[in-house]
Design a binder for this molecule. Sequence first.
Ligand SMILES: Nc1ncnc2c1ncn2[C@@H]1O[C@H](COP(=O)(O)OP(=O)(O)OP(=O)(O)O)[C@@H](O)[C@H]1O
Length: 248
Amino acid sequence: MTRPILEVVGLVAGYEPGVPIVRGASIRVDKGEIVVVLGPNGAGKSSFIKAVAGLVPVSGGTVLLDGDDITTLPAHQMVRRGLAFVPQTENIFPLMSIEDNLRTAGGILKPKLAAERIERMYETFPDLKSFRRISAGNLSGGQRQMLAVARALIVEPKLLVLDEPSAGLSPKFVSMVFSMLGDIRRAGMTILLVEQNAKAALAIGDRAYVLVEGKEAHEGVASELWNDPVVAELYLGQRPHQPPGGEL
Ligand SMILES: Nc1ncnc2c1ncn2[C@@H]1O[C@H](COP(=O)(O)OP(=O)(O)OP(=O)(O)O)[C@@H](O)[C@H]1O
């Protein structure tokens, strides 16, 4: 079996000592996959992904990125090791132009390489090129997420990690963001994301985990999980075979 891009084993993490929110969670992301972490409100999905990205203190378990132990590495060092994280909010600088947003994201690269990568981002996201001189705060919600993803991709990470990329977006922009993530994966990127919008995420994902009370409770092929009664039960606290009655 080839080495996973991300292997998380028994992760324990939380905001205060002795109060774990992530309670022994384990997941694996293989090269080229989109892996989705789902779960009910308050299950610890965001805390889990932030702990992987070095933003929530870890007190147990291991995080291996392409075989490299990055557990407890501070967030600002993650990007150099190949893990790029897109937070749910405040993921762009609204007062800066789009170009400056990309330039600051490429700050760890040599200037010539950064300039080449910015051009590559403009090829991938032509909308950003058209608006390169305007303040990022003027972009639509979907375009902001596009910029946030472009900022993360500029360093050509091994793994792109996103915390609820559809949060706060209208349905039109949700489709746009998920279709963009599908395109990025087709271009070779490996993606891990946490999502509330299970239907949209499962539609583009390869595999998914359901996190309950800080630990993975179920795992499967994304396309099969939408109709999996175990997921409905875990997700909604319903008995199997009771239809969820709407979106998960
Ligand atoms: N900064 C923080 N400080 C202390 N506790 C926090 C913090 N952020 C989250 N928590 C707590 O961690 C628990 C899990 O929250 P988290 O946001 O990780 O869950 P989630 O599954 O992502 O939820 P949702 O789907 O509602 O966003 C909650 O009880 C929450 O109150």
